[in-house]
Design a protein around this ligand. Structure first.
Ligand SMILES: Cc1ncc(C[n+]2csc(CCOP(=O)(O)OP(=O)(O)O)c2C)c(N)n1
Length: 1155
């Protein structure tokens, strides 16, 4: 208990006299008394030099008239500003002061120690300061937040008989400090504003004010904020006397809004007794809070607001915040048929977009409530992404026009990891929305679980502390306190552009839903709840007592809203059907109008464009930038340049072509994910880093054309779930944006499974909302263990909604586009840069938007065969759903014995094996590039073409994984349609496994060998001898090449320094390579150029197998030691020819979409 026994008469002059005496003695002993009289207008005598009480009193009188008339040290002292330690009285060492201060007063004073009475003063002041600080830091712990009174401060009675809340938990050691007199006056420190204009207050008043501010109905949790500006700003908004003030009109408005909030729930309860609506009763004040935020934000310039929320109170928000016509909401209760397609969602998940006039501010405001799934809190990053995209569209660079608001439940806010992940986006340059206002509808229970069993943290909001957000806990039954928090939060966000949290501590009047019996699990809580008056009633009584409203006025308010609801109910009965599209949260005004949705614009571009982009992309920053680029990067650029010269593109160039050409076409492109700027596999290098200047960055793709659209490539936080959700949200905001999210490795995408399942796969079906988001999921079996191999193709295919048993109408001239339009997403496993280029461009060329899930390469990124000639990007080219056989087998289809269908990287393995087995004429290999929707038309043609061949599906994944179960059914459907019952497709791949891959290399390659052998058989003796010969030849060539290089260097007689430095450079380069290699692939290993260590005897030796892609692949063209060089060139030629032939004369149907 705080014991108050303070005996001194405490007026400011008395206090000053005491301090003055203290200094006088101190200064006498140090014989340094001096008094400046040089300046008659200003007492420049410093604090440390003051020498008499009269003198100090004189100074004080002067200062109180004009603070500038005295030395700054005195000003600091009188005003309580921080001062230099050397001038403060506390210089005295503690040891100099006796414990029994009164007994030793004289002697100690003579020795330079202050008199005991002074110490008591000082200690008292310091204690008062500490108490103030304690209230600021911990006062919220004793705030009266719970309307149920279950959790709350017990309160303590002081000697003045007054009950105060701050107990030991708040005051700690100061709690036992003895004051004799509560009326003693204290100088207030500058760290508080409770005094307003007063600098001295009696202790009692100090305590009362602190109690009111910090232990009343608001718990202000803000001292975790490290910025003094922000904490002072908050203090001003809560501590200053009169900070919480409402005029009668404002009070009336709160009551009116409460009437609507409570009235809406009452009405639904009356009309739909057995229906779930997840009512807001107990947190009714949430609606007036939201309205206040919206009013105030619009006044401050916000034009567009994005709201994310779960079930609780959602219908109320739609009715009273968004003003969705109430008949439309009620019609959702009537169980009506929908007139449009899609499967719809329950009424408390639907989204909404509205643009309306804010009556208070007379300004137009757009409000979007983002559709959300049952999965609590997963909508958060989606809201942020949408808000961020809107900022981009509006050119809002600081969040002054766009605002994100997220409403949380207490249990889910602290329970779901996505909350933490999303919070961490709040200050990241490419992800920030410049402050989100978080509102927690804290009903102190999660379904049936008490907080003590659902969280370890004191507050459900503790997660917000990680971003230094201020948190305002507020008792839901004190409307004015709540609205004050709403005001402060809005202003704080507008001022500092940072996150802020309002924790509305209320209760839940009913069970989890209206049909649930809460007494099963929270009997005592609900006994209290049953006795509680609704806040609307309580507040009305308060205002009636204050004379702000008359009873009749209040009753009229209620009756008026009841009538609105009754009329709406009658109106809703007239509604006979519902339309899902009227609940869309992302209307793309103008995008679909007058558009032939089945028309796909061509995706090829001119050679000139390619050359321009290739040129810039392969060059370092222009010389005027004086940008120091890493020499490893320069080497990559040199290789790129070479490629441009030879009109051949590798993966990264193909991707850059896609991005660059879209930017040129006015499409905004955003590529986001972990380490995407460089690329996990170090292949991309879109951002160069100045080697001697911090933060020096350069991105050449941003400088392709003067009038191009902005390109954003951004390394994300190490999150999949929140970032993928964010990008999904971003992609929905505007159709003319291409948003790409790349996983570090495909399998990590499963930490974002909720976003995939509940938003990307099913968003359009549930909420009529399209997205053209691209997921790039690095995938392939490279022997790197279970967690770096698979992007889990099977999961995406299993979520695809095309019917495996229905052979579509392939004669439809719009078949290809229609198939894409009808599916929920597109799944590809591409094998060439050109196809990646077309696939990305097609995302925007379509007349609608579909998510694209592409399983992207790792080792194939640098595979010498995985290159495309420029002509495969030009006007006559397009996306190839399948890539047919164009080698020898393709020329004589009748002689083909086996036709192997495959997808992705395994193609390159198959090519290599086929060659080693010398079966080029008898085995045809067909790449299924677009797995979903299944290219029935083209597959049918291929089966017809190879009429004598055995049909094989080959995949490197395990049998229960990969594409097999998806394609098998569709091949069967195709064969049934072809009435070719004699044939069926057989599986060749790894056996089933619960893990995506083994972690054992030997097993990995044994599995590889087994399934390759099942297709090609064992190598014959001739095969083996031939391969051995090739290896030997290559080794000899390599040896020769390296010795001739050496001889050349010596022969050229280069001076020593030059030779040495070039050697050093090489060494460095090698080191860089090695580092890159280790980092990369560890991860990815070369695919088709290499063979497994345990591969058939004639396979290349393991030494070369172990080469990383960095050394083996891009250098492959230049490295004389590259055993496959000769072959590569030929193959590239073949490949060039192949793809071109294909483009020119292959299946006519391939060209249909761009007709
Ligand atoms: C991720 C997730 N897990 C479980 C559920 C099931 N569930 C629905 S509501 C609910 C309680 C949520 O409590 P709280 O967040 O406090 O919100 P309230 O319903 O109390 O408003 C639970 C567990 C869910 N919807 N989502």
């Amino acid at each position: 208990m705080l014991v108050v026994n303070f005996s001194k008469i405490d007026v400011a002059p008395r206090l000053l006299r005491e301090y003055a005496r203290y200094h006088y003695r101190k200064l006498q002993t140090s014989s340094s008394v001096c008094k400046s009289s040089q300046d008659n207008t200003k007492d420049t005598d410093s604090f440390a030099n003051g020498s008499s009480a009269a003198y100090i009193e004189g100074l004080y009188t002067k200062w109180s008239k004009n603070p500038r008339s005295v030395d700054s040290s005195w000003d600091a002292y009188f005003s309580g500003k921080p001062r230099s330690i050397s001038t403060t009285p506390s210089l005295y060492k503690k040891s100099e002061v006796s414990a029994d201060s009164s007994a030793t007063k004289t002697t100690k004073a003579a020795a330079g120690a202050p008199p005991a009475a002074d110490w008591k003063y000082i200690d008292d002041h310091l204690t008062v300061q500490a108490i103030i600080r304690a209230y600021q830091v911990r006062g919220h712990l004793a705030a009266d937040l719970d309307p149920l009174g279950i959790v709350g401060p017990p309160g303590i009675t002081s000697v003045d008989g007054k009950k105060r809340n701050a107990a030991q938990a708040v005051l700690r050691q100061h709690y036992t400090y003895v004051f004799n007199d509560l009326n003693a006056t204290f100088k207030l420190p500058s760290s508080t504003m409770i005094g307003g204009d007063e600098q001295f207050l009696p202790l009692k008043e100090i305590l009362d004010r602190l109690e009111r501010v910090y232990c009343g109905h608001i718990g202000v949790e803000y001292m975790q904020i490290t910025s003094l500006t922000k904490t002072n700003w908050i203090r001003e908004r809560f501590e200053k006397p009169g900070a919480i003030m409402f005029n009668p009109d404002e009070k009336k408005l709160i009551l009116e809004r409460l009437t609507r909030s409570t009235g809406f729930e009452n009405f639904l309860a009356k009309k739909f007794t057995s229906e779930k609506r997840f009512g807001l009763e107990g947190c009714d004040i949430m609606i007036p809070i939201m309205k206040e935020i919206i009013d105030r934000s619009t006044k401050l310039g916000v034009e567009s607001i994005f709201i994310g929320m779960a079930h609780r109170g959602r219908l109320n928000v739609l009715a009273n915040i968004c003003r969705k016509p109430i008949p439309d909401i009620l019609s959702q209760f009537h169980g009506l048929k929908a007139t449009d397609s899609g499967s719809g969602d329950v009424k408390y998940h639907l989204g909404l977009f509205t643009e309306r006039l804010n009556r208070v501010t007379n300004k137009n405001v757009r409000i979007t409530v983002v559709a959300n799934p049952s999965h609590l809190e997963y909508v958060n990053p989606v809201v942020l992404g949408k808000a961020r995209a809107e900022m981009y569209q509006r050119g809002d660079s600081n969040g002054s026009k766009v605002l994100s608001i997220i409403i949380h439940g207490d249990a889910s806010f602290c329970g779901q990891g996505v909350v933490y992940e999303s919070m961490h986006l709040s200050d990241l340059p490419c992800y920030t929305t410049f402050g989100t206002i978080h509102i927690v509808a804290n009903n102190q229970v999660g379904f049936t679980t008490d907080p003590r069993f659902s969280r370890s943290s004191r507050y459900c909001t503790d997660v917000a502390r990680v971003v230094n957000a201020p948190i305002f806990h507020v008792n839901a039954d004190d409307p004015e306190a709540c609205i004050h928090c709403a005001r402060v939060s809005t202003d704080y966000r507008a001022e500092f552009h940072k996150d802020v949290v309002i924790d509305i501590v209320g209760y839940r009047r009913n069970g989890h839903n209206e049909a649930d019996e809460p007494m099963f699990t929270q009997p005592l809580m609900y006994q209290r709840i049953r006795k509680l008056q609704p806040v609307m009633q309580k507040y009305a009584e308060k205002l009636i007592k204050e004379g702000v409203v008359q009873e009749k006025e209040y009753k009229d308010m209620i009756a008026k809203y009841e009538k609105i609801c009754d009329d709406a109910f009658i109106e809703s009965k007239k509604v006979k059907t519902i339309k899902y599209s009227s609940w869309i949260d992302s209307p793309w005004t103008g995008f679909f109008e007058g558009r032939d949705r089945l028309k796909v614009c061509p995706t090829g571009v001119s050679l000139e464009t390619l050359n321009n982009i290739g040129e810039i992309f392969s060059n370092p920053p222009p010389a005027e930038h004086k940008f120091e680029v890493h020499k490893g990067v320069l080497r990559i650029l040199a290789l790129r340049k070479q490629m441009v010269k030879s009109q051949m593109a590798d993966w990264s160039l193909g991707e850059a072509f896609a991005i660059g050409t879209l930017l040129k076409d006015g499409i905004h492109v955003r590529l986001s994910g972990q380490d995407v700027e460089r690329g996990t596999f170090s292949h991309r290098h879109h951002v160069f880093h100045h080697q001697s200047q911090d933060k020096g960055r350069y991105n050449s793709i941003e400088h392709l054309y003067p009038d191009q659209s902005p390109y954003v490539v951004c390394n994300s936080s190490l999150s999949e779930c929140a970032i993928m959700g964010f990008e999904h949200g971003y992609s929905m905001a505007h159709p003319n944006t291409l948003v790409i999210w790349e996983a570090q490795f495909g399998d990590f995408a499963n930490t974002a499974q909720t976003i995939i399942d509940s938003f990307i796969a099913s968003g359009e079906t549930k909420w009529v909302r399209q997205s053209g988001l691209v997921l790039l999921l690095p995938h392939s079996m490279e022997g790197m263990g279970p967690e770096h191999s698979s992007g889990r193709i099977e999961r995406f295919l299993q979520l695809s909604d095309d019917d495996p048993d229905i052979y579509p109408d392939t004669c439809d001239c719009d078949f290809v586009a229609r198939q894409l339009m009808d599916t929920n997403w597109i799944v590809t496993n591409l094998s060439t840069p050109a196809n990646l280029f077309h696939a990305l461009r097609r995302q925007v060329a379509l007349g609608f938007r579909k998510p694209l899930i592409n399983f992207s390469p790792k080792s194939v990124l640098r595979h010498p065969l995985a290159r495309s000639p420029f002509r495969d990007f030009t006007e006559c080219s397009e996306f190839m759903r399948i890539i047919p056989e164009t080698g020898k087998a393709g020329c004589k289809p009748d002689c083909v014995e086996k036709v192997v269908f495959c997808s992705g990287k395994v193609y390159y393995d198959l090519v290599k094996e086929r060659e080693e087995h010398e079966q080029d004429e008898t085995v045809a290999i067909i790449r299924v590039e677009q797995v979903c929707p299944f290219p029935y038309d083209l597959i049918t043609k291929q089966i017809e073409l190879y009429k004598n061949a055995e049909l094989i599906w080959c995949q490197e994944e395990h049998k229960n994984q990969g594409s097999w179960s998806y394609v098998q059914q569709r091949f069967d459907t195709t064969l049934i349609k072809m009435e070719d019952e004699t044939r069926c497709i057989s599986y060749h791949g790894r056996p089933p496994n619960s893990a995506p891959s083994t972690g054992n290399k030997v097993r990995h390659y044994t599995e590889y060998k087994n399934f390759m052998t099942s297709i090609f058989g064992e190598l014959t003796e001739e095969n083996k001898q031939r391969l051995e010969r090739i290896v030997k030849e290559q080794q000899a060539q390599a040896k020769q090449a390296s010795s001739s290089t050496k001889a050349k260097t010596v022969g050229q007689g280069e001076d020593k320094t030059k030779a040495k430095s070039s050697k050093d450079d090489k060494k460095d380069d090698k080191k860089d390579d090695k580092k890159d290699d280790k980092k990369d692939d560890k991860k990815a290993k070369p695919g088709a150029t290499t063979a497994p260590p345990t591969s058939p005897p004639a396979s290349p030796p393991p030494k070369q197998d172990n080469k990383s892609p960095t050394t083996s692949a891009p250098k492959g063209d230049m490295n004389p030691a590259d055993k496959t060089k000769g072959k590569i060139d030929t193959k590239q030629e073949n490949s060039k020819k192949a793809t071109t032939d294909e483009t020119n004369k292959n299946d006519e149907n391939l060209k249909k979409p761009t007709k």
